[in-house]
Structure formats: structure tokens, C-alpha cells
Design a protein around this ligand. Structure first.
Ligand code: ARG
Length: 400
């Protein structure tokens, strides 16, 4: 008896996921492996990947274009939440995992599979995100993670694959481990494992080095409706198109790089480099528009919600009751978040230089220092008397 009969395997075309195909069949007695590659805008050619799975022994090789769903159902929610893990990482990799899990579960149900497999190792966050998401969506499915158990080195993995006709990587494989999609690139390993070493310029693809960016600033306008970006420079954009164009425009000015030591859920600190131009600009602009359209108390309260949201998305709890509850709060707050934010791109910086909104709560009559001032200055005195009363009493009491 094998561990499962029919398995849907998350497939990228790389060595590890390719070796999973014969491994599942030979070592774990799986009868049939169906592979599924998700098109998340990573820019890889998917037809050769589809064929490679069949050559490696898959009975069926699926490619699913989920770019629209990725942006509309995952990235946009994260923008509304101003989601930055540890205040910096805009979660490009983390947001893709629950969507991949969802289409894996959909395929498993459609093809009558009894298990889902993935090629994650036992050290990362992605295994957690896959396993927890799959369990949340269909707790009856088994989860198989061969690379978590097989204990083969890189060389042994390649050699194992060769026995089953899986070609070893043609070019000398990159020393880096890279995950990429529409929202950005996550790069680790190689020389980056030394946290004191500066990342070499060669690792970047979406962002220019400052030396090569334009010598003139570029101004762009981003329009939001209900906290969702809908226009660029006054023109309506489809969600995917908006992200693609903004990645291009901001990346051209060297905007969107991050170098951080982050805390993984499994307890390890890792050094990760990110490129995520569009998401970083959109979150910055969105937060700014909120400062114009939300009341002070909602803005302040939401900061705590955003922190929790970022942690649970990072930690694989996309399909959880807490996430659903936070979503409901965030959705309510976004009803008034409408307007346009003007951003200046120059030499690696995205600077907000202006914002306007039909829902603006900014009152010129109250804010002005000019003659038009409507603020009742005398009222401030009574307010301060009451506001400061506890402190005054405390001071009198403790001094005596
Ligand atoms: N550390 C990031 C995360 O957990 C990205 C991991 C992606 N993998 C990689 N090969 N860089 O979301």
C-alpha cells in the first residue's frame, strides 16, 4: 500500500519538484501524479514546464493562469491592510501560497485525488503556508512533502532524477534561491547568507541600480477607490496591468529593494533580499490616502490590526477565522478611502508629494494659521483643563 493513490503535485519545473514525480511513484507507491503549475506572472515560459512534467512521469500536466485572482483576491487585500511583515516585507511570496493551495485543492477535487504534494523543505515558511491552507480548505486530503523527508543533497537529488530521465540543469544553476511572481522577487542563499555582505548587483532584475536611473524625477498619480488602486496617471487600469506598469515605472527609478534579516515561523532568522516596487509604492500611497480620509481613532486602531494581519499572512493563516474577522474590519474601514495620491520617483525614492479626495476629512478652515481660521481657540483652555486633570492631581499628590 502506497501513501496515496492519486496525487496533485505543485509543480515549478525545477529539479526538486521534477524529482518529486518519480520519487512519489517509486518510493511512496503513488499510482498517479498530476502536476499543477500556477501562472502568477513569474515570467517563466510555461509550455516547456508543462511538457517537462509529462516527460518526468506525470499522467497529466496542468497549467493554471491565476494572475487576475492573485492581484484581485490576495494582493489588493494586503494593500488595504498596509501589510508589511516586520514593518518591511510586502509578503509577495507569502500571498501566493494560499492561492496555489486553493487551486491544488480544486484540482484534487476535480480529478478525484486523495493527496496533494509539494516540494518544500522542512526549514521554510512555505511548507507551513501550504499545509495549513490545504488543511483549511479540505481537511480530508493527505499532504505529502517528499523533500521534507528524502534527505538527499542537491547532487543526490540531481543524480536520482537522472535515473528517471529528468535532465540535470543545463546551465550551472544559480547559487541563489529565488521565488518570483507579479508582486516581486525574494532572493536568498549563496553569498547572501553572510548578513554583513552587501548584495551583489547581479541579483536584481526588477529594479535598476541608482547609477543607471533617470536623472530627472518622474511624477505619477495613483487613484484609489475603496482602498483599491484603480487608476494610474488618470487612466483606468485592470488590476494586473496596474501592478505590471507600476513595477516597471518604479523599478526604473531603482525603487523597491529591501535587504532584511527576518524571523521565520520555524524559529530561524534568515537574510532575504526583496524587490517589490509596485507593492511598496502602493502601500505607501494607500496609507497616505487613509491619513486624509479616515478618522484619527480608526487610523490608530487599524495599525494594530495591520500588524496582526501581516503576521498571520506570513505565518500561513490566510484561511483562518481570525483572518476573516480582520478582513471584515478592514473592509469596513475602506468604504471612504477614495482619491488620488501624487508620488515622485527619483533615485531610489518614492516620495508622496500630494493627495486629494472627495472624502477628505482635512478642513482648511480649521487647519489654517491665516485670518480664515474657524477653530475656537478659547475652547482649547477648558479642554486642556479636563484632559490634564488626572496628571495635575497625580502631581499634587506625589509632590507632597
Ligand atoms: N522569506 C520569504 C517568505 O517567507 C520568501 C521565501 C521565498 N523563497 C526564496 N527562495 N527566497 O515569504
Amino acid at each position: 500500500m502506497g501513501r496515496a493513490k492519486k496525487v496533485v503535485l505543485a509543480y515549478s519545473g525545477g529539479v526538486d519538484t521534477s524529482v518529486c514525480i518519480p520519487y512519489l511513484k517509486q518510493e511512496w507507491g503513488v499510482e498517479e501524479v498530476i502536476t499543477l503549475a500556477a501562472d502568477l506572472g513569474q515570467g517563466d515560459e510555461l509550455e516547456p514546464i508543462r511538457e517537462k512534467a509529462l516527460k518526468s512521469g506525470a499522467s497529466e500536466s496542468l497549467v493554471v493562469d491565476v494572475k487576475d485572482r492573485f492581484v484581485e483576491d490576495y494582493a489588493f487585500g494586503a494593500i488595504q491592510a498596509n501589510a508589511l511583515y516586520e514593518n518591511r516585507y510586502p509578503l509577495g511570496t507569502a500571498l501566493a501560497r494560499p492561492l496555489i493551495a486553493k487551486i491544488l485543492v480544486e484540482a484534487a477535487q476535480k480529478y478525484g485525488a486523495d493527496a496533494i504534494a509539494h516540494g518544500c523543505t522542512g526549514k521554510g515558511n512555505d511548507q507551513v503556508r501550504f499545509d495549513v491552507s490545504i488543511a483549511a480548505l479540505n481537511p480530508n486530503l493527505k499532504i505529502l512533502a517528499p523533500a521534507r523527508e528524502w534527505g538527499m543533497s542537491r547532487e543526490e537529488t540531481i543524480a536520482y532524477g537522472e535515473k528517471f530521465g529528468i535532465p540535470s540543469p543545463v546551465k550551472k544553476s544559480s547559487p541563489y534561491s529565488i521565488d518570483k511572481n507579479l508582486l516581486g522577487r525574494s532572493i536568498e542563499a549563496g553569498v547572501l547568507e553572510d548578513p554583513s555582505a552587501e548584495p551583489p548587483e547581479e541579483i536584481y532584475e526588477m529594479t535598476k541600480a541608482i547609477a543607471n536611473t533617470p536623472n530627472e524625477p518622474e511624477y505619477i498619480e495613483i487613484g484609489f477607490n475603496r482602498g483599491i488602486p484603480t487608476t494610474l496617471n488618470g487612466t483606468s487600469k485592470k488590476p494586473v496591468e496596474l501592478i505590471e506598469q507600476l513595477n516597471q515605472m518604479a523599478g526604473n527609478h531603482g525603487i523597491g529593494r529591501l535587504d532584511m534579516i527576518e524571523n521565520r515561523l520555524v524559529g530561524i532568522k534568515s537574510r532575504e533580499i526583496y524587490e517589490s516596487p509596485a507593492m511598496l509604492v502602493l502601500i505607501q500611497a494607500h496609507r497616505d490616502l487613509e491619513s486624509l480620509t479616515l478618522t484619527a481613532d480608526v487610523t490608530h486602531y487599524k495599525r494594530g490590526i495591520e500588524e496582526t494581519y501581516s503576521q498571520i499572512v506570513y505565518n500561513g493563516l490566510w484561511y483562518s477565522p481570525l483572518k476573516a474577522a480582520l478582513d471584515a474590519f478592514i473592509k469596513k474601514t475602506q468604504e471612504q478611502v477614495l482619491g488620488t495620491v501624487r508620488v515622485k520617483f527619483f533615485k531610489g525614492n518614492a516620495t508622496i508629494v500630494g493627495r486629494r479626495s472627495d472624502n477628505s476629512l482635512y478642513s482648511p478652515d480649521l487647519a489654517t494659521y491665516g485670518a480664515e481660521d474657524q477653530f475656537d481657540h478659547k475652547a482649547a483652555e477648558g479642554f486642556i483643563y479636563v484632559w490634564g486633570l488626572p496628571t495635575r492631581i497625580w502631581s499634587q499628590q506625589t509632590r507632597s
